[in-house]
Design a protein around this ligand. Structure first.
Ligand SMILES: Cc1cc2nc3c(=O)[nH]c(=O)nc-3n(C[C@H](O)[C@H](O)[C@H](O)COP(=O)(O)OP(=O)(O)OC[C@H]3O[C@@H](n4cnc5c(N)ncnc54)[C@H](O)[C@@H]3O)c2cc1C
Length: 469
């Protein structure tokens, strides 16, 4: 990639607009600000060209245009990258949102989505058939962005991560080549797109295996933060022997008016346990009985259609975001104590959360795809979502402090979808050095100039005799 861009003139931009089935948006356009906006309001980058691609050919045309004008490329779907990977300042954005079609094959139990579809699009199409695949914890993230980076969600302990259910991807490479990526035709690239993120090309469609999901229910139990330590220990002990159908996590958050809490807890820091269950509500009630015995101040136990539950948790747009993640191999009492102590530093009231959730189950049985060590037992995920820029330093300190506190029990890697830009070493550590080297070789084959570098960048590297493994 060249660093000297050649600003495209109006004529060139009009030419691109004519060549696309989709449309082009530039800074002079009245809709520019709306189209440019991403989930994290801290991201203010202003691309020179936003190519709203409607077909794979559009994607190839936009990539060629970017190469001709030496424009940095960013790929955008759900717009939820916390580090702003989907906007390039002065560059060209391949905006895939027009490609959000979904097609369900009930007989084969598969679903195929366009590269710009969100989980809301996918789940709305599969829910009526009582079928599902692991998606994100909210409905507004992009299917492709989340899955290519691994894909953690409520169904994962039963069905694995999103990428564990990914059967095939149609990809446009940096050179504009269109590839159907599956196990048989391109095994190396197929491996790489199961966690290697947006490093290898633009996914224009993705096909997933679907699983029957006739029942889904949740329990949300809330305590004042002062009782969080006992509650987190109890939840940990229950999860240690829980069936894979059970998931959820411990969540420190500011209680809101529509939470099941008494008025005196509204706008205060609370500790909640969310239990999800992909089975009958009677089993869930049995599972949460010890938690209910710990006298939550509020509770909500109900059957909820999975897609509806996912929408219930959609985070507010227009907030500042700063997050991180630490994977833990074990969760002794001392780690829980540190987790709970650090929650005092969260901005309250705010939409921030401090999450502790279990890996395990089907995740640990997944294939050895790129990404974190599937033997990890727990994830600690500070999720800073707030409005006031004056809180930036405080949120960073809380988030980093929490990760440092629990690192003595850490696996040394990280789940990269849950972190922002924390430097190249963290990317290598996130994948593990062995996986990173293999990914870098595959990158050299499909994107030798590192066009797709804005997500956690895997730098292309050709094998040397000495470095071959
Ligand atoms: C509120 C919120 C909740 C989240 N919850 C979860 C969660 O539960 N589980 C989880 O695993 N992650 C979660 N994430 C993280 C999220 O999965 C990643 O940030 C992901 O990259 C977002 O994808 P996107 O399409 O929404 O974002 P975008 O910002 O549009 O894309 C981010 C990057 O993903 C890549 N990408 C996106 N689409 C394509 C495509 N079609 N082809 C090639 N590359 C593509 C590109 O590199 C792009 O720059 C969450 C993020 C937010 C903000």
């Amino acid at each position: 990639m060249s660093t000297t861009s050649r600003e495209p003139d109006d004529r060139a931009v009009r030419g691109l607009d004519t060549a696309l089935t989709g449309t082009v948006v530039t800074p002079g356009d009245p809709h520019y600000e709306d189209v440019r906006e991403v989930f994290n309001s801290m991201i203010t980058a202003r691309p020179a060209v936003i190519a709203r691609c409607a077909t794979p050919d559009d994607v190839a045309t936009a990539l060629a245009f970017a190469a001709d004008h030496r424009l940095e490329v960013a790929v955008r779907a759900g717009g939820h990258s916390v580090s702003g990977a989907s906007l390039a300042d002065g560059g060209l954005v391949i905006d895939l949102r027009p490609m959000n079609e979904v097609s369900v094959d009930v007989d084969r139990r598969t679903v195929t989505v366009g590269g710009g579809a969100t989980w809301a699009d996918l789940d709305a199409a599969t829910q009526p058939h009582h079928l599902a695949t692991t998606g994100g914890r909210v409905s507004t993230t992009g299917v492709a962005g989340l899955t290519l980076g691994g894909g953690s969600g409520w169904l994962e302990r039963r069905f694995g991560l999103a990428c564990d259910n990914l059967l095939a991807v149609d990809l446009v490479t940096a050179a504009g080549q269109r590839l159907h990526v599956d196990e048989e035709s391109t095994p190396d690239l197929f491996w790489a797109v199961h966690g290697g993120g947006g490093n290898f090309g633009v996914a224009t469609s993705l096909t997933f295996e679907l699983r029957p999901l006739p029942e889904f229910c949740i329990a949300l139990l809330v305590w004042p933060e002062s009782e969080g330590r006992d509650v987190a220990r109890l939840y940990r002990d229950l999860i240690d022997t829980a069936p894979e159908a059970v998931g959820g996590g411990v969540i420190y958050h500011t209680a809101a008016e529509d939470d099941p809490v008494p008025p005196e807890l509204v706008d205060t820091l609370c500790c909640a346990v969310l239990v999800t269950h992909t089975g009958p509500i009677g089993e869930l009630r049995e599972f949460v009985a010890p938690l209910r015995a710990a006298q939550p101040r509020g509770e909500f136990v109900a059957e909820v259609p999975y897609a509806e539950f996912q929408r219930m948790l959609d985070d507010p747009p227009g907030h500042r975001n700063y997050w991180s993640d630490e994977n833990l191999r074990e969760l002794p009492d001392a780690a829980i104590d540190r987790f709970c102590d650090r929650a005092q530093e969260m901005p309250v009231p705010s939409a921030s959360q401090q999450l502790l959730f279990p890996w395990g189950g089907a995740i640990s049985r997944g294939r050895e795809w790129p990404g974190f060590d599937r033997g990890a037992a727990w994830a600690v995920h500070p999720f800073g979502v707030y409005l006031d820029p004056a809180d930036d330093a405080r949120v960073r300190a809380w988030s980093r402090g929490l990760c440092a506190d629990v690192r003595p029990w850490g696996t040394g890697d990280a789940y990269l979808n849950f972190i922002g830009d924390e430097g190249h070493d963290r990317v290598v550590a996130g994948f593990g050095e062995r996986h990173y080297r293999r990914l870098a070789r595959i990158k050299a084959e499909y994107d030798p100039d590192d066009v797709f570098h804005r997500w956690h960048d895997i730098r292309p590297s050709r094998p040397t005799m000495a470095g071959a493994d």
